[in-house]
Structure formats: C-alpha cells, structure tokens
Design a protein around this ligand. Structure first.
Ligand code: ADE
Length: 232
C-alpha cells in the first residue's frame, strides 16, 4: 500500500501540510516528531527533520525503517543557481548531488561519495513527471522546471561560492538536505523527489531575500506536494 513520507527541514516548510492532514498518530524518534495519518485521501507521514545533511539522512532512514514509506518527498525552499529560476519559482529534482563532497585527491569528481556507483542520486521519473504536471495544473502562474539540486552544509550567500558550486556540480538550486535524503532513499531503493521553491538567489542578496521570501516560497512547494500525493 502507498505511504508517502514528506520531509521539510523547518517548521514553516511542513506547517501548512500538517494543518491540512488528518493525524492518526505521532511518534518521536531521534528527537524528531513524525505525524502519521492522511492527507487528500493519501496515507502520509509528515516530519520536520531539522536543517542539514545528517538530520535529513536520519529522518529519511526512519521513514523507511519505522514507517515503511513507499515514496519520499522533500519539500522546502532553496537558493537559485540558475538565471532562469527566479524567487517563487519551483525546481523539481531530476537528481541531487553533494556540492561539498570532495575526494578529488583520489580521482573522484566533486559530489561523488567514494565507492558509490553514482555521482548524483537520480529522482524517480514518475514522481518528477507527476510533480511537473500537477504544478502546471494547480499553479499555472508559477514557473516550474526540473533540474539538479546541489546540497551542502552551508547557506550560500556569496557570488563567489555560488559560482564555484555551479562550476563544480552544475546545480540549478542550492539547499541543505536534498542529496542526503536522496542518498538514504537510493540505498534503500525507495523512490523520491525533491520539490524546492526559490527563496533567494544564493548570492550577496540572499541574506536579505531569504527572510523576506521564505514563507511564501515554502507555501508554493507545500501546496504542490499536497496536490501531487494522490496521483503517485
Ligand atoms: N535554502 C534556501 N536558500 C538557500 C541558500 N541560499 N543556501 C542554502 N540553502 C538554502
């Protein structure tokens, strides 16, 4: 049976979804509160992971092991690395890659975890298609595109760092959890997709823009997730 795990790093990324769901049970593990129940007639588990890669990977693994989720969706905001992605637009992951994994000294490209068979973790094709179709249907005014999510334990707020990430891993957006969730999902063969709405441009304006636009951007992403889960 389908059960969708929905992860947001921060409360504002999951609060709208939690408010709409019918909660059957709450469960605490690794200091994270998991809300299981239904949303739009779909079995879901919604959780705030906390910020960063370790929180995100732990959270995804708990969804797999304890709740046996069949799909994972990461919802939230991101900084744009692509001139075609403006504040408020939505990026649907084709894949997710670490921008701060660097073992070039032993011949690995930036992003690749040594001894893993992929550099970026591929998102599920059906979930990508459903996310984009649903977005065009329910948010026709919002620009949506698919692309590469670049993840690291760093808030990107300088032009130089932004340009280095673009050069190193060709990401379309920067955030702090996606590839860690993707990594955990990949190891357990659970299909996933990352949905991120743009809150800032990951450059010198990010410090000002992020607090101004994060709430509205988080809503765009959560709204798409709420509408797409019944189609999975
Ligand atoms: N999440 C939203 N904006 C971000 C940025 N600029 N860097 C990292 N994570 C983000």
């Amino acid at each position: 049976m389908k059960r969708v795990g929905i992860i947001g790093a921060m409360e504002l990324e999951v609060e709208a979804l939690k408010a709409q769901m019918n909660v059957r049970q709450t469960y605490t593990r690794a200091s994270m509160e998991f809300f299981s129940g239904s949303l739009n007639d779909t079995d879901v588990v919604i959780v705030r992971s906390g910020v960063g890669k370790v929180n995100a990977a732990l959270c995804a693994q708990i969804l797999v092991d304890v709740f046996q989720v069949t799909h994972i969706i990461n919802t939230g905001v991101a900084g744009s690395l692509n001139a075609d992605l403006d504040i408020g637009d939505i990026l649907v992951s084709e894949e997710a890659i670490y921008h701060d994994m660097d073992v070039r000294v032993f011949g690995y490209p930036i992003g690749q975890v040594p001894s893993m068979d992929v550099v970026g973790f591929p998102a599920n094709k059906d979930m990508i298609r459903i996310a984009i179709e649903t977005c065009l249907e329910v948010n026709p005014d919002i620009n949506v595109r698919s692309g590469r999510v670049a993840t690291g334990d760093q808030f990107i707020s300088s032009k130089e760092v932004k340009e280095a990430i673009i050069a190193n891993v060709k990401g379309d957006c920067a955030e702090m959890e996606g590839a860690a969730i993707a990594h955990a999902a990949y190891l357990s063969h659970v299909p996933f997709v990352i949905i991120r709405a743009i809150s800032d441009k990951a450059d010198d304006s990010a410090e000002m823009d992020y607090p101004t636009f994060e709430r509205e951007a988080a809503k765009h992403s959560a709204n798409l997730v709420a509408h797409m889960i019944c189609k999975l």
